[in-house]
Design a protein around this ligand. Structure first.
Ligand SMILES: [Zn+2]
Length: 92
């Protein structure tokens, strides 16, 4: 476990893109975990793009990029090496 409020269910590399699925704990409701999917890509310019979806209200009602998507992405990027090793994925 790399974070107390994020559980990773799937980490895959598809071409230049990372596909991350997991659950992120709600900040307002401690017993609620949101299902989150994010796809992350680093562009040649160095910029990072992220698209995703979440089952929280901000996203399903407001179509907003929510904190859960950003948090899943940030925790993944910070722990990428460990996560990739732990899940037995080989990356060049
Ligand atoms: Zn959300």
């Amino acid at each position: 476990m790399v974070s107390k409020d994020v559980v990773f269910d799937e980490v895959r590399k598809v071409g230049r893109e990372w596909v991350i699925r997991g659950r992120v704990k709600s900040r307002s409701r401690p017993n609620t975990w949101h299902s989150v999917e994010a796809r992350i890509r680093r562009l040649e310019s160095g910029e990072v793009t992220m698209v995703g979806k979440c089952d929280c209200e901000a996203f399903t009602r407001g179509h907003m990029v929510c904190w859960h998507m950003l948090h899943l992405t940030n925790v993944f990027i910070r722990n990428r090496r460990r996560l990739v090793r732990g899940l037995g994925i080989s990356v060049n």
